[in-house]
Design a protein around this ligand. Structure first.
Ligand code: GAP
Length: 494
């Protein structure tokens, strides 16, 4: 998150920054005016994302993930876990409690420094973030239309931690915070993990979970929410390691054992941007941005963002890579009285590890994967909306159709193929059966939600036990023997 000291230069507030649609979207979606409107509408219509508690008028900054959205999000989280935990022998996982002893947040510095600069319109008392120039401008435009001039209050610090009350008896309720970042659960468990898993430096602890922030202006669909999920790695490494080897990308773990925190910082930056690209995000749509000195979070010695070229104002933060130094472990040691350090057997000395953190938003990843995958193709009757999601992320992997819904033999055979796929293809779940409407409509329905393959059972199937497999992106169809269908799909899936 972009953090700016509350002493924002008020002259900056007037700088214009109109929302714009980047030209690259028009290449992919014809003459559309507003890709966000289309994505939001598709998300609602097809069951990806709904406004939270909508029937009661909603609640600002809250979103519910529907049947397809929960699959997309689970797929993102599964891929993160596969890469960051199962794919390595130097990391472990954790799932810490959302509510923590309030002292945690004092020690971590969040009660003092987890703030955004807030300004208030003196006319209508609307509050916006002082560093969000586009929102300031948009608000001033509203008053300008009424021939009014806006005056803003001086920026003041606004703490983002969300408070809650815990306990069964009213008078005895304890004031706690919903965690503002998932990170602290890792740091307070550092000793537990070290004692129980005998890790040697360097090693990482990965975690995925909900975080909560009193965002001043939630908006841009799920981009800035008040409840959201993070996927993080806290990488513990020694600040005392020998400086003899600096070879980014070298797969030799012995050599990497000698890297300094800066080397690891470079390594994790690259690993994380590669992860998004490996899951289909277009390379030219992501970039790194280094934080300015006055923008860094209170715990960060260095901070870079991975940004996505969004349709709502261009480059926006997708993931933060931070060098947290020994900030968290030292502060928790001091506040708790526990020694949170590592005993180096070779040098026979205690060392407080430094932490390189990779911190991504699951909801932002889901949103940007959706935007990146969205296409409108063809003309007239051939026109289709298609989500070209990576098969690993697609909510539904395969749809099975009988060519005609009124031919019992075809329907029966299609059900049999569907059941077989469901029971044999453990990593191709979920699979759907659809016999509603004509085949063209069924293809369009699956294209719109990103299903990579549609399997159709036709008259020829009844004769030679072959089926057609249609590829979402090329729309080409291939005849495949039913008995080979599972392995054919598995191959395409990788
Ligand atoms: N532990 C470090 C940390 O929390 P951050 O940059 O404040 O760093 C990390 O947040 C990521 O969490 C961001 O890059 C973003 O993807 C996601 N995130 C932060 N605030 C968010 C919000 N209000 N809504 C949705 N996602 C958010």
């Amino acid at each position: 998150m972009k953090r700016v000291s509350a002493a924002v230069d008020s002259s900056k507030l007037a700088v214009s920054c109109m929302p714009f649609i980047s030209s690259r979207f028009s290449d992919r979606v014809g003459n559309m005016e507003d890709i966000m409107e289309k994505i939001i509408s598709l998300a609602k219509r097809r069951g990806f994302i709904f406004p939270g508690s909508e029937i009661y008028g909603g609640l600002a900054g809250m979103w519910d993930y529907g049947p397809l959205g929960v699959e997309l999000k689970n797929n993102i989280k599964r891929e993160f876990w596969k890469t960051m935990v199962y794919g390595r022998d130097d990391t472990v996982g954790l799932d810490a409690a959302i509510l923590m002893n309030p002292k945690v947040w004092e020690a971590s510095g969040h009660t003092d420094a987890f703030t955004d600069p807030l300004v208030e319109c003196k006319k209508c008392h609307t509050r916006v973030r002082a560093d969000h120039e586009d929102e300031i401008k948009a608000h001033e435009e509203i008053h300008k239309k009424k021939k009014e001039k806006v005056e803003w209050t001086e920026p003041r610090k606004f703490n983002l931690l969300v408070e809650a009350k815990l306990g069964a008896v009213e008078e005895g309720k304890l004031s706690v915070y919903l965690r503002g970042e998932i990170t602290q659960g890792v740091h307070v468990n550092f000793k537990n993990i070290l004692d129980s898993s005998w890790r040697k430096l360097p090693f990482g602890i990965a975690q995925i979970g909900k975080a909560f922030r009193n965002e001043i202006t939630p908006g841009n669909f799920t981009f800035r929410s008040r409840e959201f999920e993070q996927m993080e790695l806290q990488w513990f490494c020694s600040p005392l390691a020998s400086r003899t080897v600096r070879t980014h990308g070298d797969s030799n773990a012995d050599l990497r054992g000698k890297w300094m925190p800066d080397d690891w910082f470079g390594y994790w930056k690259e690993e994380r941007i590669k992860w998004y690209i490996s899951l289909g995000m277009e390379k030219s749509h992501v970039r790194f941005r280094k934080h300015e000195e006055d923008e860094k979070a209170h715990y960060a010695k260095a901070a870079w963002d991975i940004e996505y070229d969004s349709p709502f104002g261009g480059w926006k933060e997708l993931e933060g890579i931070h060098n947290r130094g020994d900030w968290d472990l030292s502060r928790h040691s001091k506040f708790s009285g526990e020694r949170l350090a590592y005993f180096d057997d070779e040098t026979r000395e205690w060392v407080t590890p430094w932490v390189i953190e990779t911190s991504g938003g699951v909801d932002r990843a889901a949103l940007f994967f959706l935007i990146d995958a969205y296409r409108e193709e063809g003309e007239g009757k051939e026109k289709r909306t298609v989500l070209k999601l990576h098969p690993k992320l697609a909510p539904i992997k395969v749809a099975v159709f009988p060519l005609l819904a009124n031919k019992p033999q075809l329907v029966e055979k299609a059900r049999e193929v569907y059941k077989n796929l469901q029971t044999t293809s453990y990593n191709l779940q979920p699979i759907v059966f659809d016999d509603i409407g004509n085949i063209g409509k069924r293809y369009r329905r699956q294209d719109e939600i990103g299903t990579p393959w549609c399997v159709t059972i036709d008259h020829q199937t009844l004769e030679d036990d072959t089926v057609t497999v249609r590829d979402r992106d090329t729309m080409e169809q291939e005849r495949v023997r039913n008995e080979e269908l599972n392995s054919f799909l598995q191959k395409s899936f990788v």
